[in-house]
Design a protein around this ligand. Structure first.
Ligand code: ADE
Length: 225
């Protein structure tokens, strides 16, 4: 998978890709992530990427020309499956959407800033608009980092144990069951006995019951879907 991220603040985005699982995935060439600074596609001396709104109103708008130049250059080099715009009014990012995107070959992610982008960018170039939640961030970069993390960890080979993403919370609309490690007892707090039974069907059944009970208590909305 190849991810091209278009941003006015590449420095805000880079660190999540320089540590931990994302770095390992990039080093193992399971995913390629490229950053494109929108200011490199400007035509004036001030490297302007935004301008005042037509019709008046507070807040600047990202101009179409640098975005067109950047996206057109990328599209001349390869085919893209999806051109995503990070915006609070997009489709809410949930596990199902992350799963779908993890199957793509090449994607572009455009990070919005200021009031957002000129509507013509959305009409002409964007194939999917994604929000990471009902709150407004100061730019799309943190949203893009969240999206990339959720997607990259699903790419086969990225997680050590191939099945481990499949047992995450949300993968079957259930929260994950409780997990334990050593010591078996800590300050009087014990690990449930069933986990030492060696009876794997029984352990599996216990985990399913726990997942269901947790979901009922904490996220009953997931069971209605
Ligand atoms: N840009 C600003 N707010 C955002 C959000 N909630 N999700 C994605 N991109 C954003």
């Amino acid at each position: 998978m190849r991810i091209d991220i278009i941003t006015v603040l590449p420095e805000l985005l880079k660190s999540p890709f320089e540590a931990s699982i994302l770095k390992r995935a990039i080093d193992a060439n399971l995913v390629q992530v490229h950053f494109h600074n929108l200011r490199d596609y400007t035509t004036d001396n001030y490297k302007s990427v935004d301008d005042y709104q037509f019709g008046g109103g507070a807040g600047m708008v990202m101009m179409i020309e640098p975005i067109d130049k950047c996206i057109s250059k990328l599209k001349s080099e390869r085919q893209y499956d999806e051109i995503i715009y990070m915006t609070p009014d997009g489709e809410r990012l949930e596990q199902k959407l992350a799963n779908q995107i993890s199957l793509k070959e090449n994607i572009i992610i455009l990070c919005g800033h200021y009031k957002g982008v000129d509507q013509r960018v959305r009409d002409k170039f964007i194939t999917k608009e994604i929000s990471i939640g009902d709150y407004v961030l100061s730019g799309g970069e943190l949203g893009a980092a969240v999206l990339c993390d959720a997607v990259i960890r699903l790419i086969p080979g990225v997680l050590g144990n191939e099945t481990s993403a499949l047992t995450d919370s949300f993968q079957d609309n259930l929260l994950a069951p409780p997990i334990y490690t050593r010591p078996r007892e800590y300050k009087g707090m014990k690990v449930p006995e069933v986990l030492f039974s060696g009876n794997f069907p029984k352990i599996e059944k216990w985990r399913e019951e726990q997942a269901m009970a947790r979901t009922k208590e904490l996220r009953p909305d997931l069971l209605k879907e």
